[in-house]
Design a protein around this ligand. Structure first.
Ligand SMILES: Cc1ncc(COP(=O)(O)O)c(C=O)c1O
Length: 332
């Protein structure tokens, strides 16, 4: 079976007036399902440029359509319009998102799942609606498969500490590529140290994509967890997740996919990819900083012990009265 690794397209400046033509290294690249916004823009762009070979994005398309939505870009830096290209690190926030945040604080700021008054009920409804939207966005079968976290880093730590500490034994192997973000490496290093598990790293090919054949060879009966990116923040490589899931499951291992760089740009369908865990982060997809999510298959999440206690876990409070100290007497 031939397995393809794709690289994201490079953009060439084709004229000083800033028109960009999209070049791809592989024609198969076009098989990716991009989200509706980008496809409608490229359709518009190619109709603007009829007769020109290849899809050329006119300056009146991408930037001009989207720019007004981002207040932070309405400023000059060093005498020029601000141009921001560091979206892989964090994206800027459109007015719609900023207004939604302001509306929350102005209209229904209160505790989610921890109050019975009007504001709390409204905040809880909105929170659960957001969970359903995220589930639909990645085609999870149930919104209970979405766990909100502070960011992708916390989501990976959740799996490493909760699933890892209860499932890994000495000499079990965790397989990763050297191109993983440190947020996807360090939690597994820490947990591996605790349980005596071993981290195995797959190197890069000459074309600076992870050596996927090596990855396949490395996955063995000793492998208990495979951790890979969907799209690399460093290399632009797009890994064949469906195949990797197949290889991992064949030996009884689980697969965690770091989808921080894919979920904002591509159609990601967790059921079709058949991943066990997948993480992404709001701040890289035009949402607020301070929230990310973990997707996990229901049966796996159900079997995992809590990573953090407190918060919404009021119904889980259990006081063992035999060890509950009497409050000190006030007399004297
Ligand atoms: C591929 C990848 N994984 C994980 C992270 C960490 O994400 P977060 O900031 O949500 O913890 C990043 C952020 O740069 C990333 O690019």
């Amino acid at each position: 079976m031939e397995v393809l690794i794709h690289k994201l397209p490079s953009f060439q400046i084709s004229s000083p007036s800033c028109c960009c033509s999209i070049t791809t290294r592989s024609s198969k690249y076009v098989q990716f399902g991009f989200r509706r916004l980008s496809s409608s823009l490229s359709v518009r762009a190619s109709s603007v440029n009829e007769g020109v070979a290849g899809p050329v994005i006119a300056p009146s398309s991408l930037g001009h359509v989207i720019r007004p939505d981002f207040p932070i870009l309405h400023q000059e830096v060093n005498g020029s319009k601000l141009v921001y290209l560091d979206n892989a690190a964090t994206s800027q926030k459109p007015t719609l998102v900023l207004k939604a945040l302001q509306n929350y604080y102005e209209a229904y700021n209160s505790n989610v799942h921890r109050g019975i008054h009007f504001l709390s009920a409204k905040a809880t409804d909105e929170y659960e609606m957001a969970r359903r939207k995220v589930a639909a966005f990645i085609n999870a079968s149930d919104s209970r498969e979405i766990v909100f976290t502070r960011n992708a880093t916390e989501a990976i730590n959740l799996v490493a500490y909760s699933w890892g500490l209860s499932n890994l034994k000495p000499d079990d192997e965790i397989t990763l590529t050297v191109a993983e973000h440190h947020s996807a490496i360090v939690p597994w290093q820490l947990v591996a140290q605790k349980v005596g598990a071993v981290l195995k790293f797959v190197d890069l090919n000459e074309d600076e994509t992870p050596d996927i054949d090596k990855l396949r060879q490395m996955i063995s009966r000793k492998t208990k967890m495979v951790v890979v990116h969907h799209v690399s923040n460093m290399l632009g490589s797009v890994l064949p997740i469906k195949d990797i899931a197949h290889w991992a499951h064949d030996v009884g291992a689980k697969l965690l996919v770091d989808a921080c760089q894919s979920v904002p740009h591509m159609l990601v369908d967790v059921q079709s990819l058949n991943v066990d865990f997948l993480v992404a982060s709001s701040h890289k997809m035009c949402g607020p900083t301070g929230i990310g999510f973990l997707y996990g298959k229901s049966d796996l999440l159900q079997a995992m012990p809590p990573f953090l206690g407190g918060g919404e876990m009021i119904s889980d409070v259990y006081l063992d009265h035999s060890t509950y100290a009497e409050p000190p007497s006030r007399s004297g």
